[in-house]
Design a protein around this ligand. Structure first.
Ligand SMILES: [Zn+2]
Length: 216
């Protein structure tokens, strides 16, 4: 929002300069360097929100491939957005009725950096894709958190491939997400997070989706 306001302010100054000269409000002609600098600033301020908008549409397009035709929209919250988000403490959340997925700052940025260079991914980057996949699993119709998280574990590699992560890395990161993040956190989960995990999330157990490209 702040970037857009700055861009609009620059556009307003350009309009004032051009209209002023056109109407003859002042004796000076248009000063080209001033207009060029303002144009560059307007474009520069507009780029971050435009780039985020493009990324959100990209995520939506790929998520739709896993939600079997259900409507889905993705919004990357800015810090300003988060201030007015009733679920600001959740890294992400999804509304099954509207199909809207919200990812809090900084997780969209982390996911984007991961997709730009998946070969450099650390644990946080790998988790960012797990977080997005979790919200997509909600949109598929699952409300139970443990079942949703277990589905995200199993769909991780497929989602990674859809988002452009090379196959070998997608499989390796799915393994890391399951063994180093999910299983470790399941063992150590406190009361606030225990409902995200289940002992039934394992091969042959109740939450096994038996996917051909599952993590196990
Ligand atoms: Zn959830």
């Amino acid at each position: 929002m702040l970037w857009i306001l700055c861009s609009l302010l620059c556009c307003g100054l350009i309009a004032r300069e051009l209209l002023g000269a056109w109407r003859g409000d002042r004796p000076d002609p248009v000063y080209p360097p001033y207009v060029i600098v303002l144009t560059l600033l307007a474009a520069g301020f507009a780029w971050p929100p435009f780039s985020t908008w493009q990324f959100e549409r990209f995520l939506e397009q790929k998520a739709r491939l896993l939600t079997e035709g259900r409507k889905v929209s993705v919004h990357c919250n800015t810090l300003f957005d988060s201030l007015f988000d009733p679920e600001m403490l959740a890294a992400g959340h999804a509304n099954l009725e509207s199909g809207k997925i919200v990812i809090q700052t900084p997780w969209c940025g982390v996911l984007r950096s991961y997709l730009d260079a998946p070969e450099d991914a650390d644990g946080e980057a790998i988790f960012s894709l797990s977080l997005f996949t979790h919200e997509v699993m909600h949109i598929r119709g699952e409300r139970n958190e443990a079942a949703t998280e277990c589905q995200a574990i199993q769909y991780y590699a497929r989602m990674a491939r859809l988002l452009g992560v090379p196959g070998g890395l997608a499989d390796a990161h799915a393994q890391h997400n399951y063994r180093e993040i999910y299983l470790v956190h399941r063992s150590n989960a406190g009361d606030n997070f225990r409902h995200y995990f289940s002992s039934e999330c394992a091969p042959g157990k109740a939450l096994d989706l038996r996917l051909s490209d599952s993590v196990w």
